[in-house]
Design a protein around this ligand. Sequence first.
Ligand code: SF4
Length: 232
Amino acid sequence: MRDEPDAKLAAKAREIYDLLVEEYGIPERKSWDPMHELLLTILSANTNDVNSGRAFRTLMERYDGDYDAMRTAPLAEIKQAIRVAGMYNQKAPRLIKTLEMVKAERGEYNIDHVAEMPVAEGEAYLSRFPGVGHKTASIVLLFSFGKPAFPVDTHVQRLSQRLGISDPKASPAKIKGIWESGILGQDAKEYYVLHINLIRHGRAICQARNPQCASCRLLAICDYGQRATSSD
Ligand code: SF4
């Protein structure tokens, strides 16, 4: 049975959610086909959304969306198609291996059965694919299947630490566990909204090197911001 979330932490999580919605609104959930999302997340390691998106589009256009053609294409050709995403020497074999695994297990290129799995099971299943860790597995679960998994990227990690949702040195896995413990409830729609808005805020205001605490909507409830501005 799940432990009751800490009431103070839950109140803070709710305030963060509400303030970020006031600032950035409710983002519309883009729902990708699960196989697309899985391949896209493999491409997204250590690069930005623009470059991984470009690499994915090039790949799909080159093979006309034919996964069999992609799986059996020469490795060098796949590397060339995804070059813009960087780390193509690692990512190309990961893509091919993933297609091989899905085809061997399911007889087709389809992971829709994950929809029937609880979050932990879905995460364990997806993490078996090469290049898929808890962040990318959570993205597939949340974005494609609408499940209450909380992806923790570098922005979400930094903001969670600074705001005091976690301790200042908590790992991404620890932070994911805190968000998924129920401090914000278990509504996947809200997980999506908060995930996107934390990233927006991390890019716009709470940058890694130079957070703009004095003009931040979250200052009153932020541990780091309170320390930073009180010592000015
Ligand atoms: Fe980031 Fe500062 Fe805002 Fe806290 S107050 S969220 S550290 S910008």
